[in-house]
Design a binder for this molecule. Structure first.
Ligand code: 4SX
Ligand code: FE2
Ligand code: CA
Length: 341
């Protein structure tokens, strides 16, 4: 068995957008990402707390898609380990030397993982000026940092097995009565997740999750979109998740890419941290207040590219969580302790 690379954290996502000016407005002016690099074909963005070059890259292209997700690994040798690991799995692997890939990133390896996703592993990245206390530069949602990727894949157990083998822990799951897996949240850094899986046609990108410090920033984001008559960008929330306990808001960017504004999940770093399992019939699992999840959230996602920039074909899901009925009438579980009439 080849040794898996030691992954530190989810580091950045590179998205293809069709209009950089509109993307600059959405991600920069509205979400408050700091522009670290802009050459009119590529934008590198980072949150107020991030000390490395970027956590989001927007590349101008013809069709909106995910170019790749990227994980930082612990040492330069872990980049070589990633190359050997995915080569041994018989998957497409490509070295991307410094200065030939994404600005700011050193030597990297890009692969198509067993789930069909374009994934990069790197160690070296340019450091960036500390903006943590530049309150004068904050605007919009005041995004602090990237938190996670959420990906659609038809086979959740296969996704779980792949990330388990890469050394990821599992913080929470959604399961059926026979423990069939509908969704799972997995981490390397000490939070609820670096990556989560949504059962759906895949490989597709479901969303990028970005963190604020406080729930008022999530509410203010929704208010800003409303005030500017851009409420159509709001897809789901604000609300409190059951899974993760985070406060959330989902938006769609001008190309339809979904982003989650996310705050206040919990620490998972103890070595004996246990997986918390939600039943798919528990109406609090995805919104702790029981608010329904809009259909588009389950059904729509961004296509992903292969290593040559062509769209990857998708396969339909095995389980469809959106079709699960909660309670006899589908409207919610009746409190078993409640006496009607
Ligand atoms: O909808 S869920 O409560 O299951 C959920 C979705 C929890 C955490 C997330 O980051 C997410 O995207
Ligand atoms: Fe999320
Ligand atoms: Ca809406």
């Amino acid at each position: 068995m080849t040794t898996a690379p030691d992954v530190v954290r989810s580091a950045y996502a590179q998205l293809v957008v069709t209009d950089l000016d509109r993307a600059r407005w959405f991600w920069g002016d509205m979400l408050g990402f700091h522009v670290q690099y802009d050459d009119n074909s590529l934008l590198c963005l980072r949150g107020t707390d991030e000390l490395t070059h970027h956590s989001l890259v927007l590349r101008k292209g013809e069709t909106a898609a995910l170019d790749h997700i990227s994980y930082r690994v612990r040492t330069p040798e872990d980049v070589d380990r990633a190359e050997r690991y995915f080569t041994a799995l018989g998957l497409p692997v490509r070295r991307v030397p410094k200065d030939s890939g994404t600005p700011g990133v050193g030597d990297a390896v890009r692969v198509i993982d067993p789930l069909g996703f374009p994934v990069e592993f790197f160690h070296d990245i340019e450091r960036a000026e500390r903006l943590i206390q530049r309150y004068d530069l904050r605007r919009g949602a005041e995004i602090a940092r990237l938190d996670h990727f959420n990906i659609c894949t038809p086979d959740i157990p296969a996704a779980y097995d792949h990330y388990k083998a890469l050394g990821f822990g599992c913080s929470e799951t959604i399961e059926g009565d026979e423990h069939e897996l509908y969704a799972a949240w997995m981490y390397r850094k000490q939070t609820v997740h670096d990556v989560a899986f949504t059962a759906g046609a895949g490989p597709q990108l479901h969303h990028v999750g970005v963190a604020t410090h406080e729930s008022h920033q999530v509410l203010r984001t929704a208010d800003l979109f409303g005030s500017l008559r851009h409420e159509h960008h709001i897809e789901r929330g604000p609300g409190r998740h059951g899974v993760s306990n985070a406060f959330y808001l989902y938006l769609r960017d001008p190309d339809g890419h979904r982003v989650e504004i996310y705050t206040s999940d919990y620490y998972t770093g103890d070595p004996d941290h246990e997986t918390y399992r939600w039943n798919v019939h528990d109406d609090r699992r995805r919104d702790f207040w029981g608010n329904a999840v809009i259909e588009s959230w389950y059904k729509e996602a961004s296509p992903v590219l292969d290593l040559d920039g062509r769209p990857q074909p998708v396969t339909g899901p095995v389980l469809d969580e959106s079709a699960v009925q909660v309670g006899a009438d589908g409207l919610g579980i009746v409190d078993p302790g409640r006496q009607d009439g």
